[in-house]
Design a binder for this molecule. Structure first.
Ligand code: EPU
Length: 419
């Protein structure tokens, strides 16, 4: 297994380019299932979750060709309706096959994703919405088995703006009979990107990016070409790398609007952020200042940047408070940051972080994708050497993170774990 080894204390300088968004590419690839015809998807990040999605689609009978950051898909001959446990357990986003399979083929069998390090993560809202569109759904032997001759348009009000739930229902509604109106839906930029792709394929969608989306069902979708939006979580991670390490970094492809309230929070911490045509420039001269942050659905502060933000809070002057409102178990990075000398007390959804002058390098363990990124940032600021094990979590969603940081002058290396 690989480890990441970091010698902290080096400011970052130079330019770094943000890749395509994992969480936009995943539903877009799944949306290939909605019809025949060639779909050419560019700017797909080369990360493990996308490889898993490619494997799943191939298993279902989609022709999948990957070359670098381009994926060409043709779902003219889908043969299977089943997403098996073996794949779903390695990637929860496999649930995104449910809506497309059901609406296109009239039946879908998708393994229940099961537990997850960051929380219980139910999919009940996906199922409730599909049932309102006329699907008969049974959950047995660990599988969701859904059937419907043809889904019917309906009015659906979500109890919570679930991201993949919204995506599943949008995709299902594209081929349903009549009009579906989805209320209180997620407004994440990835939803807009998915809708842009579906519209290119011939879907009729209105209101993407607002909390009400209306979809008029059509008989079929055709092929299309699409360029995936830049990854706002990767961009945010680089913004925070510049903030915690200091120096002067240009993050190319970073779209300020996509960062939501994170942009303002980083400025509040005393970091200079300048928007330009190419991206965002990050400069920090003085010490980081404490802030209060609450994770919320977009455009609030993203839960996917919470662990990274806690690394910054650990070295900020004063006492910061982080409140996690999206996932109940997403504080697994706290004991690891504590090993590096961070002063953090967790009380339910709140973490109170007393900034210390400097973290100390240590051996730590990654527990989930974004927690790993938080530990990398902490390592950049720590005195001495930090070794992060279980970096396969990091590889699920970041493409060559260590190489991109090396270009900026960070002393970071991927090494093989010594047995
Ligand atoms: N929820 C329910 N019932 C449901 C669905 C969700 O109660 O049926 C709750 C969840 O338990 C959670 C909250 O709603 O408390 C938000 O979950 P959501 O469904 O929005 O999350 P998701 O769609 O499973 C996506 C991203 C996550 C990201 C979250 C929140 C993808 C593939 N995944 O997950 O990304 O954290 O939205 O923004 O888009 C990551 O990239 O590291 C990652 C975990």
């Amino acid at each position: 297994m690989d480890q990441i080894r970091i010698i902290g204390g080096f400011p970052l300088h130079g330019d770094v380019e943000v890749g395509g968004a994992k969480n936009a590419a995943l539903p877009i690839l799944a949306a290939s299932l909605l019809g025949g015809g060639e779909c050419i998807i560019d700017h797909v990040p080369q990360v493990r979750d996308l490889m898993t999605m490619g494997k799943l689609l191939a298993l279902l009978g989609v022709e999948v060709q990957t070359e670098g950051h381009q994926v060409i898909l043709d779902a003219s001959h889908v043969q299977s309706i089943e997403a098996p446990y073996d794949l779903v357990k390695t990637m929860r986003a496999s649930i995104l096959a449910l809506g497309p399979l059901l609406t296109r083929l009239g039946e879908a069998k998708v393994s229940l994703p099961g537990g997850c390090a960051i929380g219980t993560r139910p999919v009940s809202l996906h199922l409730k919405g599909l049932a309102m569109m006329g699907a008969e759904i049974q959950v047995e032997h660990g599988y969701i088995h859904a059937k419907a001759r043809r889904l019917k348009g309906a009015r659906i009000d979500l109890d919570f703006p679930t991201v993949t739930g919204t995506e599943n229902l949008i995709m299902a509604a594209c081929l349903a009979e009549g009009t579906t109106s989805l209320h209180h839906v997620a407004r994440e930029p990835e939803i807009l990107d998915l809708c842009a792709f579906l519209t290119k394929r011939g879907a009729k969608i209105h209101g993407a990016g607002t909390d009400t989306i209306t979809i008029e069902g059509v008989a079929e979708l055709h092929g299309a070409t699409h360029w995936v939006m830049p990854d706002r979580v990767e961009a945010g991670t680089f913004v925070m790398a510049g903030a915690i390490a200091g120096g002067d970094v240009m993050i190319k492809g970073c779209v300020t609007d996509h960062l939501g309230t994170m942009f303002t929070k980083i400025q509040e911490m005393g970091v200079e952020l300048t928007e330009g045509a190419e991206g965002v420039r990050v400069r920090r001269a003085g010490q980081l200042q404490a802030v209060e942050v609450k994770t919320l659905p977009y455009p609030g502060f993203p839960t996917d940047l919470q662990a990274q933000m806690m690394a910054l809070m650990s070295v900020a002057e004063g006492t910061s408070v982080m409140t996690e409102t999206i996932f109940e178990g997403r504080f697994l990075h706290v004991p690891e940051l504590q090993r590096m000398g961070a002063s953090i007390e967790v009380d339910g959804p709140h973490a109170v972080v007393k900034g210390t002058q400097a973290l100390a390098g240590a051996e730590v363990m990654a527990s989930d994708l974004r927690a790993s990124a938080g530990l990398v940032l902490a390592g950049l600021a720590a005195e001495g050497e930090t070794t992060i094990s279980r970096v396969y979590h990091l590889d699920r969603g970041y493409e060559r993170l260590e190489e991109k940081l090396q270009v900026l002058g960070a002393q970071v290396q991927r090494v093989r774990e010594v047995a």
